[in-house]
Write a protein that binds this ligand. Structure first.
Ligand SMILES: Nc1nc2c(ncn2[C@@H]2O[C@H](COP(=O)(O)OP(=O)(O)O)[C@@H](O)[C@H]2O)c(=O)[nH]1
Ligand SMILES: [Mg+2]
Length: 392
């Protein structure tokens, strides 16, 4: 029988965590979005819109990858739910995409090309884009046309939103300058994108009635274009995005939430490499991480107690059955819900256990079971609430 806790008995926990993390990062459906555009074309604003992370947090979170690229992992690099690749220097110095293509061609799932509506000088973006597209013509490319109001300064955005979800939206009733700008972009990027999305992500202080114009269209376009498993992760992330933000200061609950989202998306999409083993590996990795977070070591007695209450297939089945009593769904949604709630419940229960142990009150198996059952329900409620409030 596969036992997610087995490995605890021999590995020293830090190297074991690294190994599990590497495995998870390889197997879990974590979408990687490659942002490609000149400085000031709106790449960071898109990350901000999709994640809710503050600009400063995004700025300091970038990690250099190649000479001209860097990566931002949200909500944290330990187990990200989405990765953003950012290419620097386009339009400034000569950019040779060869190094980035070699490094990211197989790991970037979607290319988001950003260009300001009124920017006429796109050659610095188009040439390397052509090479990237040629290397991998089946990877979807979104052409995101930003800062629309540069084409109609001093006016509000057209209302209602006139843009459709066609590949090249071009409504009749638009300010004339904007129509010309869109046509010119469609022409110069011809053959290099699958779908264009005109947006204007402004700051609340910029004075627009609609601060994030086209933002929801952009989200839908990204979800439409991503392969199913990756789409699922973004959707689940969006469901608990508020919680992720609110719990910013509480690192352990952020870790628990991120793992729960990954487990849910892995469970939701029944394809061979994303399945129950990933769900269980996620839980196992989570408990390892929490032990380290709380500076606890795991002796064999503790392992036995935890695996008896939280681990193994029987507990998983029990957890699911318990859960299905109060989640009236069936099929994939129920799997995702169960995986989320189970991961959440076991994470919170383990976190509680480690905190108590640190304070000198080592809980009994019975007490751990009680907390686990409670937290399982908290997880299920959290999942249900977030599903109800989401508009995607
Ligand atoms: N009006 C408007 N401003 C934007 C938009 N996107 C970005 N900006 C602004 O343009 C500047 C540069 O944007 P940023 O997202 O940092 O671009 P990056 O260099 O490509 O990451 C910032 O001041 C943003 O507030 C947009 O769609 N509309
Ligand atoms: Mg930026």
């Amino acid at each position: 029988m596969w036992n997610p806790f087995r490995s605890w008995s021999w590995a020293d926990s830090v190297s074991e965590i690294d190994a599990q993390r590497a495995l998870l990062l390889k197997q879990a459906p974590i979408p990687c979005l490659w942002l490609f555009g000149k400085t000031g074309s709106g790449k960071t604003s898109i990350i901000h819109h999709l994640t809710g992370a503050a600009d400063a947090e995004i700025g300091s979170g970038f990690r250099p990858q190649t000479r001209q690229s860097r990566m931002y992992d949200f909500p944290e690099d330990e187990l990200p739910l989405v990765k953003f690749l950012d290419t620097r220097g386009l339009g400034e110095a000569a950019y040779d995409p060869a190094e980035d293509i070699a490094r990211f061609d197989s790991t970037a799932h979607l290319l988001i090309v950003t260009v300001r509506a009124t920017d006429q000088a796109a050659a610095a973006v188009i040439e390397p884009l052509r090479a990237i597209r040629k290397q991998n013509p089946s990877r979807p490319v979104l052409l995101v046309i930003t800062c629309l109001h540069d084409a109609y300064p001093g006016q509000q955005h057209p209302r209602p939103d006139p843009f459709s979800e066609e590949p090249r939206p071009r409504p009749v009733a638009l300010p004339e300058t904007l129509s010309r700008c869109l046509d010119a972009h469609y022409e110069r990027f011809d053959g290099l994108f699958d779908r264009a999305v005109p947006i204007d992500l402004t700051k609340p202080t910029d004075g627009f009635e609609e601060a994030e114009f086209g933002g929801e269209r952009l989200k839908r376009a990204i979800l439409d274009q991503l392969p199913a498993a990756y789409r699922q992760t973004l959707l689940q992330m969006d469901h608990v995005r508020g919680e992720l933000r609110d719990r910013h200061g509480r690192r352990s609950s952020r870790i628990i939430l991120a793992h729960s989202v990954i487990a849910a998306s892995a469970a939701a999409v029944p394809i061979p490499w994303v399945d129950i083993p990933v769900v269980m590996a996620t839980q196992s990795h989570l408990l390892h991480r929490l032990a380290v977070h709380h500076h606890q070591t795991l002796d064999s007695k503790t392992l036995l107690k935890m695996s008896g209450v939280l681990g193994g297939r029987i507990a998983l089945r029990m957890g699911v059955r318990e859960l299905l009593k109060f989640i009236p769904w069936v099929g994939m949604a129920a799997n995702a819900a169960a995986a989320f709630a189970f991961t959440y419940g076991s994470g919170e229960a383990a976190s509680w256990y480690f905190r108590e142990a640190k304070a000198g009150h080592v809980p009994t198996a019975e007490q751990l079971r009680t907390v686990f059952q409670e937290q399982l329900q908290v997880g299920a409620r959290l999942w249900r609430t977030s599903q109800e409030t989401t508009d995607l």
